[in-house]
Design a protein around this ligand. Structure first.
Ligand code: ATP
Length: 238
């Protein structure tokens, strides 16, 4: 796909001898949002982990046209791919501030990192009020905000989010998705988002991919998937 920040062709992934992904094809448009949908165990988390180099994978993965399938996790992060894992992965014993400073560690320019801290607190003022609080004492929603903020400190070109709504109250989820939309719109950060809440994900996304047992079952414009009868019945509940 031309104009894609991420282009994935024939992605296979393996846990030891077990193959979990079988030739996935999809793209994330430059400055756009792609949603990965699918039932439990379909392979959504594995897809993000394969792209980050956390599980063994083969296939053609291109970031701005550059092949990255052979690169290490660290090298992929340095190229601008930030991964917010499920379970959030914040350091619970460290403060909000300390977590955010760690997020900036792959960047060398310290004054730019300070500006980014202000930008992140602009999106998430609740975190600014809790700068010195230990991350482990934050609410679930605040911890998710911190995980997203930490990833933003890397100034990513592509933000990969694994179930940002998981375990959170509907109002908090709505808040987080509103902020994600603003980050995408105002900062042009492209996103690849795994989400059980298909309705929310399809609202945010430009493109969507439905994964079934590790394979691409359907992909295309988010609007088209939203209108698809099978997607509606299985994932939207109407
Ligand atoms: P969920 O929404 O339940 O997290 P998912 O779509 O993210 O589902 P994955 O977690 O990617 O699904 O799992 C895809 C497949 O890979 C499943 O069959 C799962 O059992 C398998 N799998 C995941 N992690 C491992 C692992 N560490 N070792 C072996 N198999 C794994």
């Amino acid at each position: 796909m031309s104009g894609a920040i991420l282009d994935v062709r024939g992605l296979d992934a393996f846990y030891g001898p077990i193959q979990a992904l079988f030739g996935l094809d999809f793209a994330v448009p430059a400055g756009g949002v792609t949603a990965l949908l699918g039932a439990n165990g379909a392979g959504k988390t594995t897809t993000l982990r394969a792209l980050s180099g956390l599980v063994r994978r083969t296939g053609d993965i291109r970031l701005r046209g550059r092949p990255i399938a052979g690169l290490s996790t660290e090298a992929i992060a340095r190229l601008g791919v930030a991964h917010v894992p499920d379970g959030r992965g914040t350091f619970t014993d460290l403060t909000v501030d300390e977590n955010l400073r760690l997020g900036a560690h792959v960047r060398s320019d310290r004054s730019a990192a300070r500006r980014d801290l202000d930008r992140v607190f602009g999106y998430f003022p609740r975190l600014a009020e809790r700068r010195r609080q230990q991350a482990g004492t934050l609410s679930g929603g605040e911890q998710q905000m911190l995980a997203i903020s930490r990833a933003l400190m890397m100034r990513p070109a592509l933000l990969m989010l694994d179930e940002p709504s998981f375990g959170l109250a509907p109002l908090v989820v709505a808040d987080i998705f509103r902020i994600l939309a603003a980050i995408n719109r105002d900062d042009g950060v492209a996103m690849l988002i795994v989400e059980q809440n298909a309705a929310l994900a399809l609202d945010l996304a430009d493109e969507a991919v439905l994964i079934e047992t590790g394979r691409t079952a359907l992909s295309g414009a988010a609007q088209r998937l939203r209108a698809d009868d099978a997607v509606r019945r299985a994932y939207l509940g109407y």
